[in-house]
Design a protein around this ligand. Structure first.
Ligand SMILES: [Fe+2]
Length: 398
């Protein structure tokens, strides 16, 4: 994909439905013109992501919503601009249309578990619509029923085994925080989509993501970007032997995985944990039931396109079942998963979104991995609303 939206690929999925008072010069209703997103760099071969709209997301007809849903399944990332007026309630209702039977937040709503997990510091529930979370950086006052809160952008320095130093961050270097899918991975099914709405973004200074994994790789991004890679591309990049392995392997996730791994530290490129024996023992975890432990195939099938994706949350995997047989060695499981996943995060495969206020990104959580990125200073304000819902069904296997 080139750095410019490719006009020749603009697809008009719909135009305004004729209604009372419509005029041929100014069609009413929503439009889902899809334009490929500008790539992060001239060398990018990112093959997913579209800009869509203009859309009034709070008032989509069933037909319009179906077209949007197909776009999310096919293009994985759909950006709708100008949504700063979308209320938390409307964002929740939009997210729910992708899976109408569900209501619970993707990580559930048990405060006792969330309080002990690595996720707690990042998310504040909107009081009236607790499935929508406030996240970002800096002080926020009188916001959607939240009187006063100090938000903290996740810093890799609290999480990576060998973080950058002050001088490196001051010089504009940063890291991928954690490549992941959004999922509780205990008791609840992984959400189908996540919606992320930018209300305030920091001044768009440039930063350089350094991988620090021996490859020499780096990626130039805008401060506070969110990075995405395609699970289908990850699957395509596997060797024939790796593909055969992935197709017969199931990940067994730890019970309450975000509590289990809360003391562990990550690799410098954000792609999984270093094995130092820091995971909590079974007796240190909150109570759990064996039948609620999550087992998911490594390869998921896109229900619309039939494309296969390598989809997993490597941080939360406790064991791999190969042809039903457990490997039983955590460090070895991580080494295997790292080798499967690393080619997909090469700089040319990463789409790093440059946020503008009002951007609503809807992403296919069952076809992508994503990462928080950036080293924000306390005064650099970032205010977002995020919503995803634990799905009504498990992902489709290979
Ligand atoms: Fe996420």
């Amino acid at each position: 994909m080139t750095g410019q939206a490719d006009e020749s690929r603009i697809v008009k999925v719909m135009s305004g439905s004729p209604g009372l008072g419509s005029s041929p010069r100014e069609p009413p209703g929503n439009r889902l013109d899809l334009r490929p997103l500008a790539a992060a760099s001239g060398t990018s071969d990112v093959d997913f992501g579209v800009d869509a709209g203009p859309l009034d997301l709070a008032h989509l007809s069933d037909e319009e919503f179906s077209a949007l849903e197909r776009a999310v399944l096919e293009h994985l990332v759909v950006v709708v601009r100008g949504q700063e007026g979308l209320s938390p309630r409307a964002q929740f209702e939009l997210t729910r249309r992708f899976d109408p039977q569900v209501k619970a937040y993707g990580h559930g709503n048990r405060p006792d578990i969330l309080k002990q997990s690595v996720l707690v510091q990042d998310l504040v529930a909107i009081p009236d619509v607790p499935q929508v979370k406030l996240l970002g950086n800096g002080r926020v006052k009188d916001h959607e029923g939240i009187p006063d809160v100090e938000l903290h952008h996740p810093s890799h320095r609290a999480f990576h085994l060998t973080p950058l130093g002050d001088g490196q961050e001051a010089a504009g270097l940063t890291r991928f925080y954690r490549w992941h899918i959004d999922a509780a991975l205990y008791e609840l099914h992984p959400p189908k989509v996540t919606t992320l709405l930018a209300l305030a973004v920091p001044e768009p200074r440039r930063e350089t993501v350094v991988y620090d994994d021996g490859s020499g790789d780096s990626l130039d991004v805008t401060l506070g970007t969110t990075a995405f890679v395609s699970g289908a591309k990850a699957f395509d990049l596997l060797s024939p032997a790796q593909r055969a392995f992935a197709l017969k392997t199931t990940a067994r996730y730890a019970p309450h995985p975000y509590v289990w791994m809360r003391n562990a530290r990550a690799r410098s490129n954000g792609l999984g944990l270093v094995s130092e024996g820091r995971e909590l023992g079974r007796d240190e975890l909150p109570p759990f039931e064996d039948d609620k432990i999550t087992r998911l195939p490594l390869v998921w099938t896109n229900p619309l396109t039939g494309r296969r994706s390598l989809q997993l949350h490597a941080y939360c995997v406790e064991d791999l079942l190969v042809d039903g047989e457990a490997l039983g060695e955590l460090a070895e499981c991580r080494r295997i998963l790292y080798d499967l996943m690393r080619p997909a995060i090469a700089p040319s495969h990463v789409y790093a979104h440059t946020w503008r206020p009002g951007d609503l990104v809807i992403f296919n959580n069952r076809g992508l991995w994503h990462s928080v990125v950036g080293s924000l200073r306390p005064a650099e304000q970032r205010v977002y609303h995020q919503c995803n819902l634990a799905a009504s069904e498990a992902p489709l296997g290979p």
